[in-house]
Write a protein that binds this ligand. Structure first.
Ligand SMILES: Cc1cc2nc3c(=O)[nH]c(=O)nc-3n(C[C@H](O)[C@H](O)[C@H](O)COP(=O)(O)O)c2cc1C
Length: 169
């Protein structure tokens, strides 16, 4: 069974809660190591894994969560070929609908440019937002969660997405 490194950056706890729920569900079929980006040493902690689930909330004007900043820069020199990555993130589609979960877009481009295979794309038709860097070729490049405006949809979204990605690892 493939071991999965699940890393998340969370400022006020929303993404952490989602990460825990994903870890619990994915843990039924895979061995999952759950780590906050606050607690990693450097990017090497991620690169130990060939299977990754990475989560970030979006801050500022479509930026990555703070704990991702240095590792994101370190990614410039990293090789992700042979790695399978699934992305998830939280955001606010109402107040920040013009940059909804855009952090996932930043991660997606950096990772795929360095050889990663990204799995777990999501159809945007179930979401209401203005624009997002996380939509590439008509799909979200990972799982968007909005616990501020659409909390009632979160459990089903997570469950469906975990089912979608579990076979890819
Ligand atoms: C100052 C500020 C800026 C934000 N910017 C964005 C944004 O650009 N896009 C977005 O989707 N959400 C944005 N959000 C919403 C957060 O991403 C959302 O509250 C998220 O769930 C926080 O997750 P965390 O507690 O795990 O960090 C912003 C929130 C604040 C307070």
């Amino acid at each position: 069974m493939a071991k999965i490194g699940l890393f998340y950056g969370s400022t006020s706890g929303f993404t952490e809660k989602v990460a825990e729920q994903i870890a619990e569900l994915l843990g039924k079929t895979h061995e999952v190591d759950l780590t906050s980006m606050e607690d990693i040493g450097d990017l090497d902690d991620l690169l130990e894994y060939d299977n990754l689930v990475l989560g970030s909330s979006t801050w500022g004007q479509g930026d990555l969560q703070n704990d991702w900043r240095d590792p994101y820069t370190e990614m410039d020199d990293a090789d992700f070929s042979g790695k399978t990555v699934a992305l998830f993130g939280t955001g606010d589609c109402d107040k920040h609908g013009e940059h909804f979960v855009s952090a996932l877009g930043h991660l997606y481009h950096k990772l795929t440019e360095r050889g990663a295979k990204v799995v777990g794309l999501v159809d945007p038709s179930g979401y209401t937002f203005e624009s997002s860097l996380a939509v590439v070729d008509g799909k979200f490049v990972g799982l968007p969660i909005d616990d501020i405006n659409e909390e009632e949809k979160t459990p089903a979204r997570i469950e469906a997405w975990v089912k979608q990605i579990e076979g890819a690892f």
